[in-house]
Design a protein around this ligand. Structure first.
Ligand SMILES: N[C@@H](CCC[C@H](N)C(=O)O)C(=O)O
Length: 260
């Protein structure tokens, strides 16, 4: 199978040009960092009737995810480089809706979409196709969905970070959640670390960063306008306009070859 590997602020992905038939199995195999190539997830295209192309994403543990903020930038660059889509401004269908993409040389901007509020714990047990916010009452933090589900925690300590897995396994999260540890550096600057559903600690989580900025803005911890976010693997920029979250950052090809 022909593959390429991309990294997007250190979140790494294996990309396929064609539809993968048994994606969970392939993801587990190819993402293994000793027995495979090593990656946080896999991405492959399929045709779409509502957008220019459809993105399919599987985490390294084989679980499906509805959206990936870093992955979609890598996917956009990959399909554009391979002329699967021939224009730099286009639409990608995901399981959490159609996302608008703008490729501007090395930077890719994606409209992550509009978050919506959830007001009760019961709503978390329903499917979260759309974007929701929910008050997280186990810790002094919050839950927010931007297609993928995110817990936002501000009072970060090393001891609390050790609890990431058990927070993620809390039964209120019927299908798991991504746990974001957020430090406010300045009124336009955050540092975010994410323990991801399906792939553990990553160097960056695009939807996590988007959810964190949106939430910090809701609480008045950062100002409107561009917010710069440091992650372990680089830098991202998030802007909220008309309640839409725009995520901008790089993505680069780092390997091409065949996976046997
Ligand atoms: N790394 C991603 C998120 C990938 C999906 C997530 N692990 C989930 O299963 O919800 C990003 O950049 O957004």
């Amino acid at each position: 199978m022909y593959i390429e590997k991309y990294q997007a602020t250190g979140n790494d992905f294996i990309l396929f040009k064609e539809e993968v038939l048994n994606p969970s199995e392939v993801a587990i195999k190819v993402c293994h960092r000793r027995f495979g190539v090593g990656a946080d997830g896999i991405l492959f295209p399929s045709s779409s009737v509502v957008a220019d192309i459809k993105m399919n994403y599987y985490n390294s543990d084989g679980s499906i995810a509805k959206m990936c903020g870093n992955g979609i930038r890598a996917f956009a660059k990959f399909v554009y480089n391979h002329q699967l889509v021939s224009k730099p401004v286009f639409k990608i269908e995901t399981l959490s809706g159609v996302k608008d993409i703008v490729i501007d040389s090395d930077m890719i901007k994606v409209n992550i979409g509009e978050p919506k509020l959830i007001f009760s714990e019961d709503e978390l047990t329903q499917s979260y196709d759309s974007h929701h916010v929910y008050h997280f009452n186990i810790l002094d933090g919050y839950i927010l969905s931007v297609g993928t589900l995110h817990a936002i925690i501000y009072d970060v300590t090393e001891d609390l970070k050790k609890e990431a897995k058990s927070i993620q396994n809390d039964p209120i999260f019927v299908d798991g959640a991504n746990i974001n540890f957020v430090k406010v550096i300045h009124r336009n600057h955050l540092f975010v670390e994410t323990f991801e559903r399906g792939s553990g600690w990553t160097l960056s989580c695009g939807t996590g960063v988007s959810a964190s900025v949106y939430h910090a803005m809701m609480l008045g911890l950062v100002d409107q306008g561009e917010v710069f976010v440091d992650v372990k693997g680089g830098k991202l920029v998030v802007e909220v306009k008309d309640n839409q979250i725009y995520l901008t950052g790089p993505a680069e090809k780092i390997l091409e070859g065949n996976f046997i």
